[in-house]
Each structure stands twice: as C-alpha cells, then as structure tokens.
Design a binder for this molecule. Structure first.
Ligand code: PLP
Length: 446
C-alpha cells in the first residue's frame, strides 16, 4: 500500500503494458503493477511523477546526473551540439577535445574511443583485451555488474550458497544467455589477492582480462583495498592479463580521475559513461596506447551513433565543469553531511550500520563494519531497508528499492535537500520500525 496517489502513473501503466514489456524500457524500472513510476520531468535533484508527486532523487538514473537534472549549462551546450547536426558517419572536431580532456583527467586514458552506452564500452574493452593477449577467458568479481551483454550477464550465486560446498555457482542473469560463456569465465570474491594469484598460476595462460569495479556501484559500493588493487595490478602484469577497471559508475563522480585516482592504481583499459555527460548518452573506452592502437589494426570498434554531436557537446561541458570547478568536492561534502545526519538517527535507535564507498555514491550497510566482498553483504539483514524504501518513496525521498544500489548525490543536492531528507528519513524509519514490530497492522500510532 502506498499513501501517495499514483493514480495517473497506474493508469499510464495499464496503457503502457499493452505495448511495452513490463510497461517500461528497462526491467529495473518496473516496481509492480501499482507502484511503477512514470516521470513527468526532473530539475536539479528533484523529479515529479505524472501525479505531481515531488521527490528528492538519490537514484539519479543510476548515476548519470552528476550536476542535476536538466542542468542549464549542459543543456545549452547540447543545443549547440544539435545545431552541428547529429551523426554523419564521419568524425567531428569535438571528439578530440573531449578525448584530450579525459586523458588529462585520467592518466591511464592515453587513447579514447567513444560509444553510446556503458555496455558497449565494456564489450569493446573485453574484445580488445582478447585481441591484445591472444587469449579468450576472463575474470569477473562477485557482486559486479557490467551491462546487458551476454558475456557480462553472469553472477556468482552467493545468496543461496553454502560455503562448505566450495565456490558459489556461476549463473546467467537472464534466459537466453548462451551457456557456453560460462566456460570462459572465472569468478572471484573481491579483496582476496591470494585467490587471484592461485587462479592466474593455474589459468594465466588462457585468461585475457580481469574486470573489476573497485567501488562496486551495483553492490552497496563495496570497496577494494588499495593493497588488493596493487596486488592485482602486479599479478596482471606478471601473467599478461589485461586489467579492465570499469568506471561506468565511479568515473568523473568519486574524483576527477575516478576510482583510479582515489586508489592510486592505473588500469590497462578503463570504461566510462554515466557522469561524463550529465545523462546524455555517451560512453568511453580508454587505455594504454599499446592496447588501444589495436583498434583499427585488427580490432573492430564503431557504431552509427558513436560521437553524436549532442552527447559530445554535453560531455565537453560536463567534464569542463567537473575538471575546472570544485563541484566534486562540494558533492562529497554534501554526501558526508547526509551520512552524518542519517548515521545519528540510526545510532539513536541502536541500529548497527556503516556507510560504504564514497559520499557521492554511498552504500548503507546494516552492520558496524563495512563488507569486504559480496559474501559479507549477503550475510547481513536488510529487512529494515527493504521496508524503509517504500515508506521513503511515500514521503518524497526516492531511493532504490534494491538495497544493493548506492545512494547517488549530485551538485544540485543542496542544504534544503539534506534537511528535508533527514527529517523524512527519521519519519520513515520510525514508521518502518513500527510496521516491523506490528506486522499485523496494529500500529502503535493507532
Ligand atoms: N558497468 C557498470 C559498472 C555499470 O554500473 C553499468 C550500468 O549500470 C554498466 C557497465 C552498463 O552501462 P549501461 O547501462 O550504460 O549500458
């Protein structure tokens, strides 16, 4: 039951379901037949649904909106990009300018190629790693997510796993993913360098790539140790394995140079999307010259919509702002304020918790010490969060119902947003605790 009116969204759902599977364009946007939201518009850190309900948004489209929705500066640049004409099956000047900016912000990005989505950039990275090494297999980290392509849509079944029976089984996220890919994939828990070493010792001659999100943007922002990354970097060099750092969520969000800057590690190949154009569709595959030069020298990369003039113009402006102003530091400060205030509310109620990841991309973990891998995460109790999220939605605070998704902050989250969020968080939490205590509906308030 929701206490908001979702009459217009629900009526639209009944129409949309007739033409769109689940009534939406991504499975993750379907929240149930009577809770799926349809957005009228977004501005800054807020959005409005078809019923006129206003929300302070901490999902931000899973991260792209780093400056806030419909940022005037980026929209003006995008309009100029529109005048350029879109796509031509030819290159434009701005590609160099944006690539040059990325290279200066991220030292590992010696060369850059643009795609449209994060998925495409990661697919290209994997192909390039194989071409470079002449090997086919690759390593994924448990709890990671790299996009909607068959080679990446695999996960380690940690949730129903019994440690005594060895490693968790590798499962496809989707029907239709060919089982044959499972023969190419190894999966390891984060932060266990010995596992990586043992794996490389046995299979290093057939492994092309190690793919990792050092701050897991799809898994409570669980974070790699600096030493772990150093060890992995060293092992990749030793065994001729390409280190792919997927910065689709962390890139241009957690630092100007992404998670690589924060952790002092340099990838062979890295991928960016989301925050780089404040929501306009563009992604980048970047990396070492020696590997990237294989593009055009045996390796195919392209696509009709790559280097679209609107997205490039938006990326150019967004990156200029992130690079030349203290925007990211300000977002982190706001994120810390929010963490502190929410932390106090939880502590006052004796709820063990900690924050994981980065203040601009915060995981809320219900245990006193942060998880070191997905295996820790599945052993915690998320009952409170699961019940809390819908209550927050009813009060106009939009967080992801899936507790694995971090809370994202943008430059438009101002003091007023934080104050309102904290007040409503406390209200929603008390309601949630009451509901959990009285599951039969006999609330203390009655
Ligand atoms: N890599 C990571 C780390 C992601 O979080 C995502 C999407 O959430 C992707 C890749 C895929 O990006 P896209 O959804 O733009 O295809």
């Amino acid at each position: 039951m929701t206490t908001r009116s979702l009459k217009a969204s629900n009526a639209h759902f009944q129409k949309a379901i007739k033409r769109l599977p689940l009534g939406v364009s991504s499975n993750f946007r379907y929240w149930g037949d009577d809770r799926t939201l349809y957005v009228k518009r977004g501005k800054g850190a807020r959005l409005w649904d078809l019923d006129g309900n206003e929300y302070i948004d901490y999902r931000l489209g899973y991260g792209p909106s780093i400056l806030g929705y419909a940022d005037d500066r980026v929209n003006e640049a995008a309009r100029e990009g529109m005048e350029v004409g879109g796509v031509f099956a030819l290159a434009t000047e701005l590609e160099y300018q944006v690539a040059d900016r990325i290279s200066k912000m991220v030292p590992a990005a010696e060369l850059v190629r643009f795609s449209v989505s994060g998925t495409e950039a990661v697919m290209a990275a994997l192909r390039l790693a194989r071409a470079y090494t002449g090997k086919d297999e690759y390593v994924l980290v448990e709890g990671g997510y790299h996009g909607v392509f068959s080679e990446g849509l695999w996960y380690a079944e940690v949730e129903d796993w019994d440690e005594k029976e060895g490693d968790p089984e590798l499962m496809p996220y989707s029907d239709g993913v060919p089982a044959l890919y499972s023969h190419l994939i190894y999966s390891v828990p984060l932060n266990d360098p010995n596992r990586v070493e043992r794996l490389f010792k046995r299979h290093g001659d057939t492994i092309a790539a190690f793919m990792v999100e050092p701050m897991m943007g799809n898994c409570c922002a669980i974070t790699a140790d600096r030493q772990y990354l150093k060890d992995v970097r060293w092992l990749c060099n030793k065994y001729d394995v390409v280190l792919i750092i997927d910065e689709v969520k962390t890139g241009f969000r957690v630092a100007r140079g992404g998670v690589q800057e924060l952790m002092g590690v340099s990838a062979d190949l890295c991928t960016f999307a989301k925050a780089m154009a404040n929501g306009y569709p563009i992604s980048a595959l970047a990396g070492k010259q020696e590997i990237m030069r294989l593009i055009g020298d045996g390796v195919v990369h392209g696509g009709t919509y790559t280097g679209h003039s609107v997205s490039l113009a938006a990326a150019n402006k967004t990156l200029e702002i992130l690079d030349e102003t203290p925007t990211l530091a300000n977002i982190a400060t706001t994120g810390r304020q929010l963490r502190d205030a929410i932390g106090k509310i939880l502590t006052r109620r004796g709820i063990p918790h900690c924050f994981v990841g980065h203040p601009a991309m915060s995981g809320l973990f219900f245990a006193p010490t942060p998880p070191t891998s997905y295996r820790d995460w599945v052993n915690t109790d998320y009952t409170i969060y699961d019940a809390l999220a819908p209550n927050l939605h009813d009060l106009g605070i939009l967080v992801e119902p899936d507790s694995r998704e971090p809370w994202f902050l943008c430059a438009a989250h101002d003091e007023a947003c934080v104050t309102e969020t904290v007040t409503k968080f406390e209200q929603a939490l008390d309601l949630t605790l009451d509901q959990l205590k009285h599951p039969d509906g006999e609330s203390a308030a009655n």
